[in-house]
Every structure is written in structure tokens, then in C-alpha cells.
Design a protein. Structure first.
Length: 143
């Protein structure tokens, strides 16, 4: 591994952790993407949220800036549109069922030592590992 190859992920992780911590300190709320997306779309109990819209706009702007400054990755979609839609719906259902997503539970919840987030993170990491095992070793599908 070259020196630069681990600096970008390290910097990104530090920025995510810092922004999640600042969001909690300044707003008293966990910076889970699914919750903020629901708030931005007006699907939360409080209705539409300008803060949620701003947070999502910042995520998109940050990704655009990183692609412009660092490099533009080659994105190749190999799955069918129906499979992508089904996957998106399942992920959305799972985040509502689990009261949060990987960013809410994995980044923010674990940092707060939340037992529910520890359980949720353990479950989705186990399911992810099982999915990779089944796809690669039992079905012979490679990325």
C-alpha cells in the first residue's frame, strides 16, 4: 500500500466522524442519512426539513467536489434496472424497519455506545458478509 492510498480514506473517515459529531453537538440529533433523507422529503413526523435538505445537498456537493479535485471514478452499472429498484426498495424498507441506516447506527450510534446500534451494526455486517459469501462462493458471481 502506498502512502497516498490510505490517506484519502483516512481523511474521508475523519471528515465523516467530525461532521457527525458536530451535527450532534449543534443540533442534538444523530446524523443518519436515512432520517435526514426522510426529513428532506417530508416523510418524518416533523414534516419537511430545510436542515435535511441542506445536509443532503452538502453530501452531493462534497461528492462532486471530491470527483472534481481528486479523480473521477469510472462507474459501470452491470445490474438490470429492475434489480436496482428492488435493491433500493429493500434497503429503504430495512432502514425504516431498523430505525436507521449504516451511517446512523454504524457511525453515530456506535460512537454513543448505543446497544441498539451495536445490535443493528452486528446484524447488517453479518448479513453483508453472508451475502458476499453466497454470491461469490455458492453462486459463482464476481463483481
Amino acid at each position: 500500500m502506498t502512502e497516498i492510498s490510505y490517506l484519502w480514506p483516512l481523511g474521508g473517515g475523519l471528515l465523516i466522524g467530525t461532521s457527525a459529531g458536530l451535527y450532534l453537538l449543534l443540533n442534538g440529533r444523530v446524523a443518519g442519512i436515512s432520517g435526514l433523507a426522510a426529513a428532506a422529503a417530508g416523510l418524518s413526523n416533523e414534516g419537511s426539513s430545510r436542515l435535511g435538505l441542506g445536509f443532503l445537498a452538502g453530501i452531493i456537493a462534497g461528492a462532486w467536489l471530491a470527483a472534481a479535485v481528486v479523480r473521477r471514478p469510472e462507474i459501470v452499472v452491470t445490474a438490470s434496472p429492475a434489480l436496482l429498484v428492488a435493491g433500493g426498495l429493500l434497503v429503504g424498507y430495512g432502514t425504516r424497519l431498523g430505525s436507521g441506516c449504516t451511517s446512523g447506527h454504524g457511525v453515530c450510534g456506535l460512537a454513543r455506545l448505543s446497544p441498539r446500534s451495536l445490535a443493528a451494526t452486528a446484524i447488517f455486517m453479518t448479513v453483508a458478509a453472508a451475502t458476499v459469501f453466497v454470491m461469490r462462493h455458492l453462486l459463482g458471481m464476481q463483481p
